[in-house]
Every structure is written in structure tokens, then in C-alpha cells.
Design a protein around this ligand. Structure first.
Ligand code: HEM
Length: 452
């Protein structure tokens, strides 16, 4: 049992492949401390899970990320609470609002390139750690989208608090609930609680200030929208719930996207012909293309989808049953857990010929159904931030490629593809992937920093 847990922890995807080869589909995986789950990696099985009657499904508890997101989080809510939560959050991330965020995404990328973000400017001859840069960009975007933090000290405070909070939730704390105990203020759990309190203080102060100033004091950020929204019965969200939802969006809404960006850059630079085709598309569009138009470029779209297919940042999607259900003929009962093993689904040879190959063209050749391609899960719990994430991925990637020419450092330019390991809510490459900046075009675009 422990050997299986270890194998799954070391190389999750390989372990899943091996289990399916050995046991067929579906197959059972046990997680120490969290029980077992019946997994499927076929579109028939994923379809059954996504279309199962909603009243039969709850999120599995205990959930390893509960301390991060909080008990009132949408991710952990069920039944009426979940319905209410989604009704509240979904409009804030609806396609019609995405245009409001276009400049935030582009400016955050420009600032990172110009050295006003987490790292130094991307000048020719310098080396950049793609993970650090991608996290800085996506954290800044989500802070701006949620709170409208602007460029001042508030953003610096938030950034520091979120980074400390996420770093304090180490892998062992996530996977071994037994470690979640205080020890005179010195245990990892104590450090985590201090970091969480600090972030909560900032969020609470923000909520209080907005309530005092009136809900429409700022227009475009999600917090203003949530404060102004009413549930169907006319009531408003209370502060404790609001805090957990905001913390959820912070956690769910940036490392996932950052990881995908890193993988996209990595894959493109391992496949020069793909990179060249994308560069041609971007050059034809021109540097002044409106971000919304940019986000609709077909090859850019295909590259981002192919990246999410090969490297889904959330590789398992789980549901717990409240009553009997059969998954691909395997009978299950109330309390049992079932899940989609997304890397298996995304490599099913019947849907994805030559599945191990990075080949964005496959997304130009045909369309895939929601049970064949499911990086954002599916059914009534499908990711609420998927439109923002898709938009962000395309704009950041396009902006980076239009402004720079990069080359993978020697260690990454050949050899094995780095393993994906769990980190907070997402999985991602074990270490930061590094690039050399071959050339960099200056830019005088208006960024928050420059505008100050
Ligand atoms: C590439 C980026 C992202 C990926 C791959 C991703 C993936 C996922 C997946 C697989 C789920 C579970 C779906 C299910 O159970 O069926 C999920 C849920 C969720 N995601 Fe995302 N996500 C991303 C970005 C975002 C962003 C940007 C936000 C918010 C701004 C967000 C907020 C959420 C929330 C709140 C849930 C819970 C939904 C519910 O339980 O009803 N995600 N995401």
C-alpha cells in the first residue's frame, strides 16, 4: 500500500497508466488517510461521471486542500450551498466580463518583462525562471481581477501574504493530516496558520472598507460584484463566506494558470516547427492587435489546448456518492468516491492518435467533446474560472512571444520531460524551467507602473 502511495507521489501519471494496464478501466486507487477511489480514464467513464445525477454527488471530504480554501469554499460546498455559490461566482467570470481584464493581463506581462514584477528585466543574455515569472504574472492578474489592487503598496502586501501562505502549505501538510498540529508556535502547521491569518486580515479589511465606502465605489473587480449581488432570496453573502470564496479564487485562480504557461513555453521551445508556426500567426496579427482578437487566433488556441491536454494542472477530478451508482458497470454505494484520471483520458489512443506527441494541429483537425477533453473537469462543478484562464494563457503567451526570443537552457533543451508533482492545488514541473533570453524588444506600452 505505502509502496503504491510512494509510486503515485513520485510519478503520478506513470502510476495511473500502470494501474490501468494491470487492472483495466475503471480501477481502484487508495490514498493513505483519504480512502480509496474508483478511477476511469475513458471518455465513456468521464461522461458517466459528468452526467451523473447532481443529487448523488458531493465533493470528497476530508479534502487535502481544505485548510487552504476554508470550509465555506465553493470547492467543498454541496447541494444548495454549492448551487448558491455558483450562482454568485459564475457571473463574475462570464465571457462578457473578460474584456475588462484584457489590459490587466497584458500590462502584468509587460511589467514582468520590463523588470517591474518578480524578477529582473528580460534583457538579452539574461536567464529567466519561467515558473517564477509565470506565477508573478498570474498572481498579479488574479489580485487585480478580485480586488483591483492597482500598483501601490496594497499589491505588494497582498503578493507577499499570498506567497507566504501558499509556501507555508507544504506537500507533507497537504497529504498527511496528522501533521496539522501546533507545537508551541514552531511547527509547520503554526507557520501556516500565521500566514493564513495574515492573508485573512487583509481580505477582511478590504471587505470592511468596501462595505463602508459602498459597493459600487470600484466598478470592475470581482469583490465589488460579489458585494452588490444578492442570492435568489434577496440576501447578501456574509463576510466569513465571502472571505473563503475570495481565498478559494486566489488559490484556484493563479498557480493552475501559471503552470500551464510554463508547460506551454517549454513545449513550444522543444518543438521549433510549432513555435515557428505560432510566431508566424502572431506576426501576421501584428503587435497592436486587440487582446480579445489575439485570444481568438486559431493556432494559439490549439497550442494552449494541446498544452492542457498533455499537462492538465488538475489531474484528478473527484466526486463522492450519496447513493448507489454504477461506473462503467462497477457498482458503488453511498460514501464511495469516483474520479476521472485526466492524464489517462487525455491519452486514450482511440481519441488521441500518437497521444504522447505535442501536436497542436490535432485541435485544428477536429473538435473534442466535454468527456474527451476535460482539463477543467465537467458537469455541475466544471471550473468557474476556465474562460479567464483560457484568455489569460493566450494573451500572456502571445505577449511574451511577441516581445522576446527565448531558448531553453541546456538542461531542459533535451532529454526527459520534467515530471509533474503536486503543489498546493495544482501539479506542475518539479523545478522552475529556465530559459535564456536571446533577444528582447523594448516596449513603451502603458503599464500600471509606467502610468504611475
Ligand atoms: C489553467 C487553469 C485552470 C485549470 C486547469 C483549472 C482546473 C479546474 C478543475 C479540474 C476543477 C474541478 C472541476 C470539477 O470538479 O469538475 C476546477 C474547479 C474550480 N476552479 Fe479552476 N482551473 C483553472 C483556473 C481557474 C481560475 C483562473 C479560477 C478562478 C478565477 C478557478 C476557479 C475554480 C473554482 C472556484 C473551482 C470550483 C468549482 C466548483 O466546485 O463548483 N480556476 N478548476
Amino acid at each position: 500500500m505505502m509502496l503504491h502511495a510512494l509510486a503515485a507521489g513520485v510519478d503520478f501519471e506513470r502510476y495511473f497508466r500502470w494501474r490501468r494496464e494491470r487492472d483495466g478501466d475503471p480501477f481502484v486507487v487508495r490514498f493513505p488517510g483519504f480512502g480509496g477511489a474508483v478511477f476511469t480514464g475513458t471518455s465513456a467513464g468521464a461522461g458517466e461521471i459528468f452526467r451523473a445525477p447532481v443529487e448523488l454527488l458531493t465533493p470528497p471530504l476530508p479534502n487535502p486542500i481544505e485548510p487552504l480554501v476554508g470550509a465555506a469554499s465553493l470547492i467543498l460546498a454541496r447541494d444548495e450551498r454549492h448551487r448558491r455559490g455558483r450562482a454568485l461566482l459564475t457571473p463574475a467570470f462570464h465571457r462578457s466580463r473578460i474584456a475588462h481584464y484584457a489590459n490587466v493581463v497584458r500590462d502584468s506581462t509587460h511589467d514582468e518583462l520590463n523588470g517591474f514584477g518578480a524578477g529582473p528585466a528580460w534583457l538579452s543574455g539574461t536567464r529567466v525562471d519561467a515558473r517564477i515569472a509565470a506565477r508573478a504574472i498570474t498572481l498579479r492578474v488574479i489580485l487585480e481581477v478580485l480586488f483591483g489592487t492597482g500598483s501601490g503598496s496594497r499589491r505588494v502586501e497582498y503578493t507577499a501574504a499570498v506567497v507566504r501562505f501558499l509556501n507555508a502549505f507544504s506537500g507533507p501538510l497537504m497529504l498527511l493530516p496528522a501533521l496539522r498540529h501546533s507545537a508551541f508556535g514552531y511547527a509547520p502547521w503554526d507557520r501556516f496558520l500565521v500566514a493564513r491569518d495574515r492573508l485573512d486580515e487583509l481580505i477582511d479589511a478590504e471587505i470592511a472598507a468596501r462595505r463602508t465606502a459602498g459597493a459600487d465605489a470600484r466598478d470592475n473587480d470581482v469583490l465589488s460584484m460579489l458585494l452588490a449581488t444578492r442570492y435568489a432570496d434577496g440576501s447578501a453573502i456574509d463576510d466569513a463566506d465571502l472571505r473563503d470564496q475570495l481565498r478559494t479564487l486566489l488559490v484556484a485562480g493563479h498557480e493552475t494558470t501559471a503552470t500551464s504557461l510554463v508547460w506551454a513555453l517549454y513545449r513550444l521551445h522543444r518543438h521549433p516547427e510549432t513555435l515557428a508556426r505560432l510566431r508566424t500567426e502572431l506576426a501576421d496579427a501584428g503587435p497592436d492587435t486587440d487582446p480579445l482578437e489575439l485570444s481568438r487566433l486559431p493556432y494559439l488556441d490549439a497550442v494552449c489546448q494541446e498544452t492542457l491536454r498533455l499537462h492538465p494542472p488538475v489531474p484528478i477530478v473527484l466526486r463522492r456518492l450519496t447513493g448507489p451508482f454504477a461506473l462503467r458497470g462497477v457498482a458503488m454505494d453511498a460514501g464511495d468516491t469516483m474520479g476521472v484520471a485526466v492524464p489517462l483520458l487525455h491519452s486514450d489512443p482511440r481519441v488521441w492518435p500518437d497521444a504522447a506527441r505535442f501536436r497542436p494541429e490535432r485541435f485544428l483537425d477536429r473538435r473534442y467533446g466535454p468527456a474527451e477533453f476535460a482539463p477543467y473537469g465537467g458537469g455541475h462543478r466544471r471550473c468557474v474560472g476556465s474562460t479567464l484562464a483560457d484568455f489569460e494563457l493566450r494573451i500572456v503567451l502571445a505577449t511574451l512571444l511577441m516581445r522576446t526570443e527565448l531558448a531553453l537552457t541546456r538542461h531542459y533543451s533535451r532529454g526527459r520531460i520534467p515530471l509533474s508533482v503536486p503543489h498546493n492545488i495544482a501539479t506542475g514541473p518539479r523545478a522552475g524551467i529556465t530559459f535564456n533570453v536571446v533577444s528582447h524588444q523594448g516596449h513603451s506600452g502603458d503599464s500600471y507602473h509606467n502610468a504611475m
